[in-house]
Design a protein around this ligand. Sequence first.
Ligand code: PLP
Length: 395
Amino acid sequence: MDLAKRMDKMQASQTAAAAAKARELKAKGIDVISLAVGEPDFNTPEYILDQVKEDMYAGRGHHYTDGTGIVELKQAIIDYHAAYDNVHYSLDEVFIADGAKMILYYTFQALLNEGDEVLIPSPYWVSYIEQVNMADGVPVIVETDAKDQFRVTPELLDQYVTEKTKLLVLNSPSNPTGAILSEEDLRAVAEYCLEHNILIIADEIYYRLVYNGHEAHSIAGLSQAIKENTIVINGFSKAYAMTGWRLGYALAENKYIKAYGKLASQINSNPSGLSQYAGLAALKGSDSHREDMRLAFEKRLNAAYDELLTIPGFVLDFKPQGAFYLFPDCSEAARNCGYDSVTDFADAIIEEAHVVGVAGVAFGKADHIRFSYATNEETFAEAMKRIREFVISKS
Ligand code: PLP
């Protein structure tokens, strides 16, 4: 039987494909280092596991829950954002689902009519484009510049806005660049969106993973008007090493939450009950475990950044401030090694140096490669050594 035409129109995630490539090489017995995946290498902290075990045996999380999530977790999320960002939501302004990715999918399904335009600053996280396409929207790529720290400004947006523009996706700290939008830039962009009737989709999944004194706060904390004009999307995957539990949430006006609930009621009923209790445990426990992981990432960033810059022809115009990726421009190195494109160069690094990164074309910047440093320092250093030797031997 033929597949539906819509399957021809969409692409599988290239980060998932790179991770699969690493697994394939490993299965062949090749000593491959994967810096492809976007997830902490830590296991979920034990205090969460202990609490979930207790919940499970006490009979919690065994059944369907409310489609928008359990009240206890919603309340814990509200309290967390009130304490950390001084932003105040009510219970009917929270939606919990199976990961931020799912919520982004729901968001575009709920908001886009055919032809509606969505501004997406590039470099972007891989799934925004495909998810907008799946909702019959039109992704409009807003080109930002490494030399300008990938800033998004009203002047820049103005070049792309049309009467069809409906949404702007902001991802700060950013995957893949690790750039954080300053409070000043966020405010200017948010004010611009209010003036132009553009709803902001703020993907803040990395906002607790910030380093070396940099800070990222929720855009919704800037003013009441901005809060009302923003859907905040966040989750447990990155900050709490809980990618496998699939748990994320949205904070937004109730009309959006109702739409999410309607979609969820026909798509997955509710996120896993046990995962919701795990999320509750994460937020109720001491913050020290999350902080320990953040500090480990900070140490790794500082080491990884120095390591990466020892590779001839790898250029990083600024040091990442958050998330856990390095996104160097590798065009000079690719040219020096005789490759026509950085994508070919990235493939050769996989095949010959046995280090898997993700070619930047997946993020809208074909001259770059993304390397995750969510791995131990020795492994990252070994990966960089392999690439360095490869580059030197080919140049
Ligand atoms: N948003 C960004 C920018 C991400 O990098 C990711 C995961 O890689 C997600 C959303 C999805 O997170 P979740 O695991 O909560 O679905």
